[in-house]
Write a protein that binds this ligand. Structure first.
Ligand code: GLU
Length: 411
């Protein structure tokens, strides 16, 4: 099945078996607390009105206010947003952040909008659901095709609707000058790298001999590539939605970044490959930094990597996961590995509420502690229950969320 919500629920069931979780608890956690579907009318530059379908799914606020990004993408669906909101609940719990899980989305190809149209659309999102948002209620952040500039428009709209009262902790991933945190823009990749670093130590892999392939060259993928390149890893292939580039001597990532900046894609940089899917390429490490369902039952058997790093959310379907497990491929799962973004979002909120700001070094050091501790706990749980890192992460997350639900008297 490639339906994201069905997949998310199936992962929950798999993990629940390990800790004999009660059926009634699974039933509650299989549903978001609330899903808001709404339509945003936007006046386009030519004077016409376009209507955009939008969502906010609030999965759980057991451990803290709902937290999660807003995605602008033509393929956004209710099922996807619900799945992403559930994964946010687990992510925050694995990292032991005092936050719940949510996700939003607008069905739009934002690359086709002018700057003014994009601003009206972003403000329109907040106008429609501001009553359900707030620093203690639900805190959005950037996700696919959203960025600090969009967060700034959304915050301004929110504060204006609240009579001008400051509420900077209502959204994270803001521009630094407008209450953002230093280190937030590189946080997902940096956090993923800290987990990757621990994992290769544990697997006794030597940096010199590892070849890496990266699917996805957006914020997370490109920043991860940058970090690996500076650390001396050999990246032999990179893909984005338009094409795949390859160099078995290792790609020059700063040059590739320049190329992407000027042409909008990695395509046409050096050698392009079209006959082999990057997922099936002969590389030791595969970084999944694009969208859901990149590895499915149809291509899982052809994966050659020994280690997979999930920087995207939900890039491997449960059926593919089982195939990869049989092939003894180690997977660093999304709800642990890409949690650096939300972790620095949490640190951003902490800074907002204190109205005192840390240096990038302080933020990244704190991020390092969070990610390393989480990895070590996941590693221990995986040894204790003899399960994959994914299942071990779920076990930790479920234990925390369920405990809190019990304290609250919900179950
Ligand atoms: N969109 C990011 C994610 O999927 C960040 C969420 C956040 O910072 O709240 O984890």
């Amino acid at each position: 099945m490639n339906d994201p919500y069905t997949n998310a629920v199936s992962q929950l069931h798999e993990a629940a078996k390990i800790i004999n979780l009660d059926e009634s608890i699974i039933k509650i956690l299989s549903h978001p607390n609330r899903v808001i579907k709404f339509y945003i009318p936007v006046k386009m530059d030519n004077g016409s009105i376009e209507i955009f379908e939008a969502y906010r799914s609030q999965h759980s606020n057991a451990c803290g206010p709902y937290k999660g990004g807003i995605r602008f993408h033509p393929d956004v669906t209710e099922s996807e947003v619900k799945a992403l909101s559930m994964w946010m609940t687990w992510k925050c719990a694995v990292l032991e952040l005092p936050l719940g899980g949510a996700k939003g989305g607008i069905v739009v190809d934002s690359t086709k909008l002018s700057e003014n149209e994009l601003e009206r659309l972003s403000r329109g999102y907040v106008q429609k659901i501001h009553k359900y948002l707030g620093p203690d209620m639900d805190i959005p952040a950037p996700d696919v095709y959203t960025n600090p500039k969009i967060m700034a428009w959304m915050l301004d709209e929110y504060e204006q609707l609240n009579g001008g009262s400051y509420a900077h902790g209502m959204i994270t991933g803001k521009p630094i000058e407008f209450g953002g945190s230093k280190g937030r823009s590189i946080a997902t990749a940096k956090g993923g790298f800290f987990v990757f670093e621990e994992a290769i130590k544990m697997l006794n892999l030597s940096k010199k001999n590892i070849t890496v392939a990266i699917q996805g060259f957006g914020n997370a993928g490109a920043t991860f590539a940058d970090i690996l390149y500076k650390e001396g890893f050999k990246i032999i292939a990179v893909s984005d939605s338009k094409g795949t580039v390859f160099d078995d001597n290792g790609l020059d990532i700063p040059n590739l970044n320049q190329h992407k900046l000027s042409t909008g894609s990695v395509k046409h940089y050096g050698k392009n490959i079209s006959d082999v899917d990057i997922i099936e390429l002969d590389a030791d490490v595969l970084i999944l930094a694009a969208l859901e369902n990149a590895v499915r039952k149809e291509n899982a058997d052809n994966v050659k990597a020994k280690l997979i790093v999930e920087l995207a959310n939900g890039p491997i379907t449960p059926e593919a996961d089982a195939i990869l497990e049989d092939k003894k491929i180690v997977i660093l799962p999304d709800i642990l590995t890409n949690a650096g973004g939300v972790t620095v979002s949490y640190l951003e909120q902490v800074q907002n509420s204190a109205n005192y700001y840390w240096s990038e070094e302080e933020v990244i050091n704190k991020l390092h502690d969070f990610m390393k501790n989480a990895f070590l706990k996941v590693h221990d749980a995986s040894t204790q229950h003899k399960v994959s890192f994914r299942k071990a992460s779920y076990v930790l997350a479920l234990n925390k969320v369920v405990k809190t639900m019990k304290f609250r008297g919900w179950i």
